[in-house]
Design a binder for this molecule. Sequence first.
Ligand SMILES: Cc1cc2nc3c(=O)[nH]c(=O)nc-3n(C[C@H](O)[C@H](O)[C@H](O)COP(=O)(O)OP(=O)(O)OC[C@H]3O[C@@H](n4cnc5c(N)ncnc54)[C@H](O)[C@@H]3O)c2cc1C
Length: 408
Amino acid sequence: MDFNYSAEQRLWLDRLNAFMAEHVLPARAHFAQADPSAGFPWNAPECLRPLQEKARAAGLWNLFLPPAAQAHAANGFRFDSPGLSNLVYAPLAEVMGRHEFSSRIFNCSPPDTGNMELLLRYGSPDQQRRWLVPLMNGEMRSAFLMTEPAVASSDATNVETRIERDGDHYVINGRKWWSTGTGDADCRILIIMGKTDPAAPVHAQQSQILVPIETPGVRVVRMLDVFGYEDRPAGHGEVILENVRVPAENLILGEGRGFEIAQGRLGPGRIHHCMRTIGVAEEALELMCARLSERSTFGKPLAGRSIWQERIAWARTEIDMARLLTLRTAQLLDDNEAKSVRADISKIKLAVPRAALKVIDDAIQAFGGGGVCQDHGLARLYAKTRTMRLVDGPDEVHMRVIAKAELR
Ligand SMILES: Cc1cc2nc3c(=O)[nH]c(=O)nc-3n(C[C@H](O)[C@H](O)[C@H](O)COP(=O)(O)OP(=O)(O)OC[C@H]3O[C@@H](n4cnc5c(N)ncnc54)[C@H](O)[C@@H]3O)c2cc1C
């Protein structure tokens, strides 16, 4: 067991860090500027495309895609990707996590990454040609629509949207929300989960189907705020699906296979979330240390107070523990099917956001009133990281998975 980064990990980290320093960090202010349009869809900042072209030319493109994934590509498609293992990708995702907007520069941002893996693994050759290729090229974006306002969607068997066969077509009716990506003007394709056969055994009722966002009957009716933040340009939409008609060949894998697809999609996605969240925690700790080192109260620097040294010590310890557990899970996922490491994935999904939230909360405290306003980015980091205890399954669902494995 070697706890140091391998030569391959260091090589990629150096390449990414150099690119970040030269091209991405200087553009930070441009990303922070809001799209002036009042209503959605929102446009990506103008600096995005040129940066994406540079990243691609530098070989830093589709870094999330595991080496074996290319084998699933139909018709001999080859995608621009170095084919890194999860273990090599982990430190890179951490770097991207420190600067929220940066994942997209490398075509590594959710929900597209999960949707691309889904299409690679389960899409037909024609589905791959029409939607996977442009996604891999960063020419468009996508959304995954499972959660519904009317039912407790952390139990996906509750999902009520209907996908009904009508001749050569399927007709879809339902209401979704928290559909991340639907605010983006570049979002073109939706993957929708719904029931094709409510009378089938419970895990064979659901299917997944591809729906171009321009299809008549698809209406993004509003964007949901996260603690008041709009999360532009991706956004999180509430979407009404009314008699949405798409060709039968848009169904992924076959009727009743929705659960199987959802499970395959979420494994790597959860690891990526955790890796980025560790980057967020590192960013918060660095800001906290800098602030404490430059300010004094009652005649003594804040950094010299034992209460702050204790908080810094816990932050460093928790981050390092979270990273080690995440790297171990990345390795397990490289060597096994996602299904067999489910409990390990749940462990990091439970532990990492909590650890990061504690660090960000302490950092906010260290900044005093400055911590909760827009000036230092900490309020935004807290809001974003708090959602990590809900997205891709709330904590309680992951605890259930871990506890069941333990009890077995
Ligand atoms: C920022 C953000 C982005 C999102 N992006 C997407 C997306 O792109 N696509 C998509 O489909 N969804 C998305 N979601 C939705 C997210 O996956 C769901 O919110 C989550 O799965 C919980 O489902 P729910 O909101 O229906 O909560 P419910 O299922 O109603 O659960 C409510 C609460 O019940 C508790 N609970 C649930 N199960 C148990 C249990 N077994 N034991 C004890 N307590 C339990 C938990 O505390 C949970 O928070 C996103 C959510 C957020 C906040």
